[in-house]
Design a protein around this ligand. Structure first.
Ligand SMILES: Cc1ncc(COP(=O)(O)O)c(C=O)c1O
Ligand SMILES: N[C@@H](CCSC[C@H](N)C(=O)O)C(=O)O
Length: 419
């Protein structure tokens, strides 16, 4: 993966042999004549820089074709266009807030009925699918923000038996750690705003698609509705891709160390991180992904304490989004998932005190020390003694952290095999 990210397939012929892909920052292309068009005519319909990004994503995910959109939501909206009025979608019940909003507030206006189900429960998902009427099963694994895991291969089989297509939102793992098409999904969506861009400087989304006919339908939507990614953002995404494995491996190793520390902390009631052997989905996750990733969430039992942790950290930026080189921290119920009505959040078990952390590529020792000082302030706020706080002693080096993360994943894999 690391090598393929640096050596993408070349789709543009560059007479100068530029090492960086050329940026075709143009809206239109000179035609061969008034009645003959060359390969490109208009950047909404196609652009060589976008074609380069799409070819690389297709190669990375073993797809027949990939398409790049101006955001992850635009990519998911294009997928929703595969469903006609009167048809049915089954989706998970712990989804990114924007996806929940699309399904709860946009889909009904299109005449599309949506059923939300706990996709960790294969039989419940099977029961929610209506053969012949359900056209799409929408999955996230891990889910945002509770990091729940579903079995992508088993659910793909169940959905296909019912005649539904499967789209997996792979934004949290990205192709570096998980490849949904290889597990049986039809479409893998990645918000390029996250790990692909990697520097919090673009919004984008990609669809990697199995099957030429399906890809053609989605490509038609991309052009007809005009939500393709612009050339400069494609160029930034191409640049981000080169270091994606390096960034993700480093951040995942640090996240594993932070998750272990949080789990031992007296102020923390629960840690959601699929790289922890005790996580309910760890065994399934270990069979379909190669790391726990760098996103995790935890509960303190007190919104007040969680808020102090979030606001008192200095290296973790209080911001929505994830997958950046910079560590980020948030209260999902007040930020990324605020568009889900409070009653629905409560029904789905999404607590207000949940804190989400996106671990960046900083030195894990600094991140731990920063969390430790913020937690001490939070404990003081809720009148807790600082006794029992685990030492904020990180693994001696990034390499050691990486090895520990690999060992944790191997343990989870052994667990899975034994089961
Ligand atoms: C899991 C997940 N899917 C999809 C999206 C949508 O991506 P974008 O913000 O690029 O539209 C986000 C975040 O926004 C997300 O967290
Ligand atoms: N105001 C935005 C919120 C974006 S959340 C971004 C990201 N997916 C995350 O989970 O942090 C909106 O309303 O969409």
């Amino acid at each position: 993966m690391a090598t393929r990210l640096v050596h993408p397939p070349k789709v543009t012929s560059d007479p100068y042999g530029a090492v960086a892909p050329p940026l075709y920052q143009t809206a239109t292309f000179h035609q061969l004549s008034a009645v003959e068009c060359g390969e490109y005519d208009y950047s909404r319909s196609g652009n060589p820089t976008r074609a380069q990004l799409e070819a690389q994503m297709a190669a990375l995910e073993g797809a027949d074709r990939a398409l790049a959109f101006c955001s992850g939501m635009a990519a998911l909206s294009a997928v929703l266009r595969l469903v006609a009025s009167g048809e049915h979608v089954v989706a998970g019940d712990d989804l990114y807030g924007g996806t929940s909003r699309l399904l709860a507030q946009v889909a009904p206006g299109l005449g599309i009925e949506v059923a939300n189900v706990d996709t960790a429960d294969i039989e419940a998902t099977r029961a929610a699918l209506v053969p012949g009427r359900t056209k799409l099963l929408m999955l996230e694994s891990p889910t945002n923000p509770r990091m729940q895991i579903c079995d992508i291969a088993a659910l793909s089989r169940v959905a296909h038996e019912a005649g539904a297509l499967v789209v997996v939102d792979n934004s949290i793992m990205a192709p570096v750690f998980q490849q949904p098409l290889a597990l049986g999904a039809d479409i893998s969506m990645t918000s390029a705003t996250k790990f692909i861009g990697g520097h919090s400087d673009i919004t984008g989304g990609t669809l990697s698609i199995r099957g030429r006919e399906l890809a053609q339908r989605l490509s038609f939507v991309q052009n007809a509705e005009g939500a393709g990614l612009g050339p400069f953002d494609c160029w930034l995404a191409l640049r981000g891709l080169k270091t994606m494995a390096l960034r993700m491996e480093r951040a995942a190793a640090s996240a594993a160390a932070l998750a272990a520390w949080l789990q031992a902390h007296p102020l923390v009631r629960r840690v959601n991180y699929p790289g922890l052997p005790g996580h309910a989905g760890a065994a399934v996750h270990a069979t379909q992904a190669s790391a726990g990733g760098s996103l995790l969430s935890f509960e303190t039992g007190s919104v007040e304490a969680s808020r102090v942790v979030v606001e008192e950290t200095a290296l973790f930026r209080v911001t929505v989004s994830f997958g950046s080189v910079t560590s980020l921290i948030s209260l999902p119920c007040y930020m990324s998932h605020a568009s889900i009505p409070a009653a629905m959040r409560a029904a789905r078990g999404l607590p207000d005190d949940l804190v989400r952390i996106s671990v960046g590529i900083e030195d894990p020792a600094d991140l731990l020390a920063d969390l430790d000082q913020a937690f001490r302030k939070a404990m003081a706020k809720v009148g807790m003694e600082a006794s029992g706080v685990p030492p904020a002693r990180p693994p001696a080096s990034g390499r050691e952290a990486e090895l520990l993360a690999r060992i944790a994943l191997l343990e989870a894999q052994l667990h899975a095999q034994a089961a």
